[in-house]
Design a protein around this ligand. Sequence first.
Ligand code: FA5
Length: 350
Amino acid sequence: MALDQFVSALDSMLQEACASLLEVQSSEALEQLRVKYTGAKSGALKSVQKMLGSIDVKDKPAAGKKFNEVRDSIEAALADASQRLGGGSSKPVSGVSFDPTLPGLRPRLGTIHPITQTLEHLKEIMGRLGFNVTEGPEIEDQWHNFVALNIPEDHPARDPLDNFYLATAKSALPRSSGSNQVPEACLLRSQTSTVQIRVMETQPLPLRIISLGRVYRPDAPDATHFPMFHQMEGLWVDRNVTMAQLKSVLRLFATSYLGGDVSIRFRPSFFPFTEPSVEVDYWWNGQWVEFGGAGMVDPNVFHSVGIDPEAWSGFAFGLGVERLCMRRFGITDIRDLYRSDVRFLSQFAT
Ligand code: FA5
C-alpha cells in the first residue's frame, strides 16, 4: 500500500471521528464511538494498523509516526467528549479547577479511650480524699503477687491455670521460707494488691495511696469479664484506721463517681490479705453488680513487710475499673471497650 493512501485513510478517519465526537450527546453514544474507533478487536484504528504491514519498508517509519499521531488525537477527542458529558476522563485534564473558597478537609482527631478517662477521673476523686497515686510493675514475682499477701504456696489462687506465668522471666531467689531456693517464674500480675506490698516495703508510715493499672487473668471473656482489665487499689495505713473509715471512703467515692442516687452494699467475704473482708456491689439494671473487694489489712501482711500490727492498722480495697466505667457510660458489654471500633469509642469523646 502506498504511503499517501495510508495517510489519507487516517486523515479522513480522524476528521470523521472528531466531527462525531464534537456532536455526541449521550454517554451511550460516546461509548459506541469509543468502540467504533478504538475497540481492541474491530475498531477502525485496529483495521488501519493492520494495513501497516503492507507499507513499503522505507515508508514504514513515517507511516507508524502518522498512525500514532492520529490515535493520540482520537483518544484526546474521546476524553474531551467524556469530560463534556460529565464523566471522568481517562487522561489528566489540563487546567484543573480549584476553588479556594471551599471549606478545607477537617482532620480526624482521636478521642481519649473511656478507660483512660475513667482512670483520670478516679485519680481526681481519690486525690480529693487525700490519696497519692503510686505505680507498680505489671510483671511481678511471686513474693509480691502472693506470698507477702498471705497467699501460701498451696493456695488455689496460685494455680498455673488461673494465672499467666511467664516462661522466660524469673525472679531473684524467692523470699518465702521453706521454698526450694531456686529462681521462680514471674507472672503478669493478677491483682493490683501487689502494689500494697511494694509501697509498705519502701515508704514511711503513715501512708494513703491508690494505684491504678492493668491486671491479667485467664478468664473467659463475657459481658463483664475480660482477660486483661484494670483495677484501682487503695491502701490507708495509720495508727487507728478502722472499718468505719473504709466504709466512709468507699461510700464517698461511689457517690462521687456514680452519682448521689447510687445504691451500694458491703457483703461479707474472704481475701487472704484482709480480715475482715467484704465485697462491694452497686445496684444496676435490676441487679447487684460486684465492683470490688476490700477489708482491713491482715496482720500476716503487716508481718511480711515488717510493720507491727499492734501499733498500726490499715484498710485496703481493689475495684474493677471497667465495671465502674461501664456503669457510668451505660456500656453493657466489657468486650466493646477492647474491640478498637472507632465508631463505638468516639461516642465517649470528652
Ligand atoms: C481482688 O482482685 C482483690 N485484690 C481486691 C481486694 C483488694 C480485696 C484489697 C481486699 C483488699 P477480685 O478478684 O474480686 O478481688 O477482683 C476485684 C474486682 O476486679 C472485681 O470486683 C471486678 O470488678 C474486677 N474483676 C475481676 N475479674 C475481672 C475480669 N476478668 N474482668 C473485668 N473485671 C474483673
